[in-house]
Design a protein around this ligand. Structure first.
Ligand SMILES: [Zn+2]
Length: 402
């Protein structure tokens, strides 16, 4: 497949590269190079060109990001809605939508559909992960089509509601997907989507520019995208607090007629915002690089995956790594940047008593706890983000009040 050489939203070829990453993926010798660019014609920030190839992305989802859930089936069925599901339910309730036929794209194991079913909706979904699709059936008795929306949605019609939670940022051709959604909805059907929201660079967490996200949506750009796909915005809610980055949840109604005129994108703000995000990310990575530069001796890393690939890209750590520990058994025995991925148990009993750098932002605290529990002395544990104050006031991201 030829990599698109144009903007995924407006087809312009005029771009500024704001960041480039060269990532050492699991079991791959060749680094994956990604340019993050802002389109000068529409202001949209995206992987471009090329985005991570669909083949590589499919491999990643199949092997490492399988979106399975864990736990007792009966308990999962009676559990309260997840936070994002709660946001979707609230939006649908506040709009006064009567239950009808709902279809979720990227339904993972079916948790959200299960909750909608409990509220009287007839539900179905699709997901590319075979294990997630079989869990949806086994745990929640929900029919899920295996595969992406490009095959599943054209088989649907007269849907009352399409749900897409953290899907649009993964798509290769968002306008084409929205056109399929439009076609599958009943006249005046609804679309509810949620994506990470590029709205406040000071809230950017480390690792925000990432392998899995092809798009970094700003509210104004998302709104134009939806309008041009034939949707009318009904409500948009930005949540700055619940996650480690802001998210935007949007409800849009299908317009019975396609738009008469294409609404133009207004690129100026988008370009500025994209550059501020890149500048902010650069400060963070410089701060992290300074922190690891203190360690001249061999080290362990904890956490194999994209975060570690980014850490290795921005520091000179790689040659001094003994091994990378990870709790996911699927990763044991693989390599990243030529280093073995080992189990936590192997790390705990390893004869080398080297420092352990915790390579995770989201799970830093539980990892530190697991290391202490496994008998690693606290003096050997190096969290990179815990006391951000040490990274210097200038470089410190504003912590999101929880
Ligand atoms: Zn564009």
């Amino acid at each position: 497949m030829n990599a698109p050489s144009h903007c995924a939203l407006c087809k312009s070829r005029d771009r500024d590269v704001v960041q480039t990453q060269s990532l050492a993926l699991l079991n791959r010798d060749e680094a994956c190079k990604i340019d993050f660019s802002v389109c000068k014609a529409c202001g949209h920030l995206q992987q471009w060109p090329p985005p991570v190839s669909p083949e590589l992305m499919a491999h990643h989802y199949k092997t490492f990001a399988t979106y399975e859930i864990f736990g007792d089936a009966k308990r999962l069925r009676s559990a309260p809605p997840a936070i994002h599901t709660e946001r979707f339910l609230a939006l649908v309730r506040d709009m006064g939508l009567a239950p009808g036929r709902a279809y979720e794209v990227g339904c993972a194991s079916g948790e959200m559909l299960h909750q909608f079913k409990n509220h009287g909706w007839q539900v179905r979904g699709c997901d590319p992960s075979p294990s997630a699709v079989s869990q949806a059936r086994a745990i929640f008795d929900i029919d899920a089509d295996l595969g992406g929306e490009e095959k599943a949605i054209p088989r649907q019609k007269d849907l009352d509601l399409i749900l897409a939670c953290h899907v649009l940022e993964h798509l290769y051709d968002p306008p084409a997907t929205l056109a399929r959604f439009h076609a599958a909805l009943t006249p005046n059907g609804y679309l509810v989507v949620e994506v990470p929201c590029a709205t406040a660079p000071q809230s950017l967490p480390p690792g925000w520019f990432t392998f899995e996200h092809l798009h970094y949506y700003q509210p104004a750009i998302l709104e134009v995208l939806l309008k041009n796909a034939g949707f009318e915005l009904v409500e948009a809610r930005i949540d700055m607090r619940t996650h480690h980055y802001p998210v935007i949840t949007i409800a849009a109604r299908k317009m019975p007629q396609p738009p008469l005129e294409i609404v133009p994108f207004e690129p100026t703000n988008g370009v500025l915002l994209a550059h501020s995000y890149a500048a902010r990310d650069k400060l963070l990575s410089i701060a992290v690089a300074k922190r690891v530069a203190r360690f001249k001796e061999p080290v362990f890393l904890y956490g194999a995956g994209i975060h570690t690939a980014q850490l290795l890209d921005r520091t000179n750590l790689a040659p001094r790594i003994i091994a990378i520990a990870d709790r996911d058994p699927k990763k044991w025995g693989q390599t990243q940047a030529g280093k073995p991925v080992i189990s936590p148990q192997e790390l705990f009993t390893h004869p080398a008593k080297a420092p352990v750098i915790v390579s995770s932002y989201v799970s830093e605290k539980p990892i530190v706890d697991a290391l202490l529990k496994g008998g690693i002395e606290s003096s050997r544990i190096i969290p990179l983000y815990a006391d951000m104050a040490d990274l210097g006031a200038e470089e410190r991201p504003n912590r999101i009040a929880g």
